[in-house]
Structures are given as C-alpha cells and as structure tokens.
Ligand binder design. Sequence first.
Ligand code: DX5
Ligand code: ZN
Length: 218
Amino acid sequence: MVRIAPSILAADVALIEQAVEQAAAAGADLIHVDIMDGHFVPNLSLGPELVAAVRKRTALPLDVHLMVRKPSLFIPLFSEAGADWISIHLEASSHLHRDISLIKGFGKKAGLVLNPATPLAGMEDILPELDYVLLMSVNPGFGGQSFIPATHDRIRRLKEWIRSLKLDVLVEVDGGVNLDNAAALAKDGVDILVAGCSIFGTPDPVATIKRMREAANP
Ligand code: DX5
Ligand code: ZN
C-alpha cells in the first residue's frame, strides 16, 4: 500500500489547521512538514512551535523533513515538538551516524534525504540503520517545482538495492508529485508519496488526496 503524505508547506499558512483537517478527512497516512533554515536551502519556513501546534490538532504521524545545515541542533527541538518521523539531508550532516542515532534515541523514525544529484552509493554504510530514505525529486527549498524524471530510475535502483540486502527501509519521494505521475511512481516501487501544491493548490484537497491514493494503489 503506497502511503500519501500531504505537505502542509503548500497550504495557506493562516489555514494550516484546515489543511491538517483535510488531510485527516481524506485518510492521509502522514503529514509532511518542511523545515528550512535559510542556509541549507535559500528559504525559511516553519519552526518547532508550528509543529507543536499541529501535534495538538492531529493524531496522524508528523513527518518532519529538516532542510537545515546543522541537523544536530534541530533534531532535539523537533523531537520535543512532537515529530514522529525525522529526516536529515546527507549533504548537510557531517556526522551522519551520530545524527541518525540521535533521532532514534528520541524514539523517532529516522530518515535520510538525498538531493537529486547526490549518488545513492553515498549512503552505503548507513542504509541498514535507516527507517526510510527520502529521495528529492526537485532541488529542495520551494514547493511547486517540476518533477525531475531521472528520479524514477533512482527509486528503482534504490528499491532493488534494499531488496537485495533484505532490509526493511521505506522509500519516500518528495517534489513535483501529482496525479499524473503517482501511478508511475507506485510502479517504480515507492512507499510514500509527498505532495504539496498538487493537493493544496486544488479546489478540493480532500478529493485530490483520495484520487492520489487510488492512482497509487490500483
Ligand atoms: C521542497 C519540499 C517539499 C515541497 C513539495 O523543498 O521538501 O516537501 O513541499 O511541494 P510540491 O509537492 O509542491 O513540489
Ligand atoms: Zn519535503
């Protein structure tokens, strides 16, 4: 079953509560929350207060994607704010094993994120420690960008690699995911689809989430 993780970055920031309710009403599996520090990516987004506020309003797991230069500073803050899943960028962490262990030490699911041009091979020695890998299908920092087609092949190669090692690591994809590519991504073997603008930019986000789930789970 492919899971759907609506990205609330794409919702009107004054209406985030509504976006969370829509995600829950549509049967979303996770709420994806994008954290940007203005250094690792050229944009600022939400902070731990927002995550804590969302935490109070939903029982859905919060999937916090840290686009920050110093993940070790932020893992404790977002853990305490109520994140359930926390992912950090391979390109940002200089002590990957320590940072992944830190996330797990808080009892959270630990994910590693790779930008579109970062070779999969770079995670060879950390892969068995991970709960999930998030493959970026756009260059991170902004919602509403176009899906990079080479991601299809990256998903297939990563899934094959995980299978060959008999690991239990999920694969998530983020950026430019929509109703047109959801079925193909499911065929590639992806486990979790993150989608922002293609959900919250439509007049009926609840219906869109349901359609995306159907497209990904024929
Ligand atoms: C991009 C973020 C994404 C973003 C996805 O840097 O990591 O999660 O919200 O937005 P869409 O689906 O609009 O590309
Ligand atoms: Zn994201």
